[in-house]
Write a protein that binds this ligand. Structure first.
Ligand SMILES: Cc1cc2nc3c(=O)[nH]c(=O)nc-3n(C[C@H](O)[C@H](O)[C@H](O)COP(=O)(O)OP(=O)(O)OC[C@H]3O[C@@H](n4cnc5c(N)ncnc54)[C@H](O)[C@@H]3O)c2cc1C
Length: 398
């Protein structure tokens, strides 16, 4: 039996590790479209701040290809999957599989046009180590200013990191608040005040349209006609699952790959997990890509077990995000803003601490903690187990 895994991100690595842990001794082949050893995307922020010196970004301690006995083919993107003959095509190989795991993650989704053809266009994303390496190269050549497009959690973390590196940072967000899907307006205001106090300039309710050149300068054009000059531009405008190579494969796709509760696609011997799939939300039941590290690891573990016949069920996913770069901690979890109507709320507020909890039928459906994250593990547990909010939880949070 041969397992082929497309991708080398957290989902893919977890599948391979777990297969070996469960005693699978046959062949595992991993396909990477990149030239780097497997790395952890969240740690790219520390890598940026160390200007490429910190090697923590690479999966430490695992040495996946030696100790796990895996054939990893670098610079080998999957271009096509033929589900009838069970073949994956790369630019210079075709590989037969008995089980296929699709763990290709997501790429940048960007509405920003580039109006000029310029190989040196200083426009980067934060979705691959190659792009971050190019940005670091540019920073080392000496830059003074950066524009971040997008006020979601990746945009904010990049903004704070560059600001800490002594670069003037301006962040553009199309909505009137930061982290619009993740936070209520009150918690978002704390984040905004914190960024401003750190010296980051904010353009809220401003839609980025295109990047162009004005003499020697590059500038971002806004939909309202305004423009912002900067040395570099970094897009953090959202993500889109990496599925284009599956176009003619008969695998069912909406925006991401559709999977059942066993994380199996509509083709029996093909599984998919991580940022590339759409899964039901554990609380709202709405189906969409959850795209968090925690769910990627969970999916990887479930897929490995199910390839070996254990039939583990994924009951649904939860989004929990944390930002640790503010000086004050922020954690939010549960349904997205406006995804499900709450019928009650609880607020704890004192001296730089704000905890906002939304309830429906006495169950936690979303929480936002700012300034003090005590109890966030317990509340996540209550939420996932659908336990009624009670005095035990109340006393841990206050
Ligand atoms: C900067 C940053 C910070 C983040 N911080 C957090 C955080 O704090 N908390 C959190 O929960 N989540 C965070 N995330 C999200 C988290 O990293 C992802 O949810 C997780 O990496 C998903 O894992 P994955 O294996 O599904 O996909 P990915 O990590 O995206 O890996 C997919 C891999 O597949 C490869 N690939 C794509 N197409 C092909 C192809 N055709 N052939 C071969 N290989 C291919 C890609 O090159 C990539 O290496 C962050 C992400 C980023 C970028």
């Amino acid at each position: 039996m041969k397992v082929v895994i497309i991708g080398t991100g957290p989902t893919a690595i977890t599948v391979a590790k777990e297969l070996r842990r469960l005693g699978y001794r046959e062949k595992i082949v991993m396909l990477s479209k990149e030239s780097f050893p497997p790395y952890s995307p969240p740690l790219m922020l520390d890598y940026l701040k160390s200007k490429g010196e910190s090697k923590l970004v690479f999966w430490k301690g695992i040495k996946p290809f030696n100790s796990l006995d895996i054939d990893c083919l670098f610079n080998s993107p999957a271009l096509l999957v033929d589900t009838k003959s069970q073949l994956v095509f790369t630019p210079n190989k075709e590989l037969h599989y008995d089980y296929l795991v699709i763990a290709t993650g997501a790429e940048l989704w960007s509405p920003v046009r580039c109006d000029i053809k310029d190989n040196d266009l200083p426009y980067y994303d934060f979705k691959s180590l190659a792009s971050v390496n190019n940005l670091i190269k540019h920073i080392k050549s000496g830059i003074k200013s950066a524009v971040i497009i997008g006020g979601g959690f990746i945009g904010l973390e990049v903004a704070i990191s560059l600001n800490e590196m002594g670069i003037n940072v301006l962040l553009v967000e199309k909505e009137p608040q930061l982290l619009p899907q993740m936070l209520s307006r009150v918690t978002s205001k704390f984040v905004k005040d914190s960024l401003i106090s750190q010296g980051i300039k904010l353009y809220l309710s401003s839609k980025a349209k295109s990047i162009t050149k004005d003499g020697p300068d590059y500038k971002l054009i806004l939909e309202d006609g305004g423009s912002i000059k900067a040395d570099v531009f970094i897009a953090a405008t959202g993500i889109s699952p990496n599925v284009s190579f599956l176009k003619d494969s008969n695998i069912k796709i909406n925006s991401g790959i559709l999977v059942d509760e066993f994380l199996k696609t509509n083709i029996p011997n093909i599984y998919a997990g991580g940022d590339v799939v759409e899964t039901p939300d554990l609380i709202s039941k709405k189906v969409y890509p959850h795209a968090t590290f925690r769910e990627a690891i969970k999916h990887g573990n479930i897929i490995a077990s199910n390839i070996l016949g254990y039939n583990l069920v994924n009951y649904g996913d939860v989004k929990i995000n944390s930002l640790y770069h503010f000086g004050l901690p922020l954690v939010s979890g549960g349904v997205q803003v406006n995804e499900l109507e709450p019928d009650d709320e609880i607020v704890f507020s004192k001296d730089g601490i704000y905890k906002h909890i939304l309830l429906k039928d006495k169950k936690v459906i979303r929480f936002e903690f700012w300034g003090d994250i005590k109890g966030c593990g317990l509340i996540a547990n209550y939420m996932e187990q659908k336990r009624d909010f009670d005095n035990i939880l109340y006393s841990r949070l206050k």
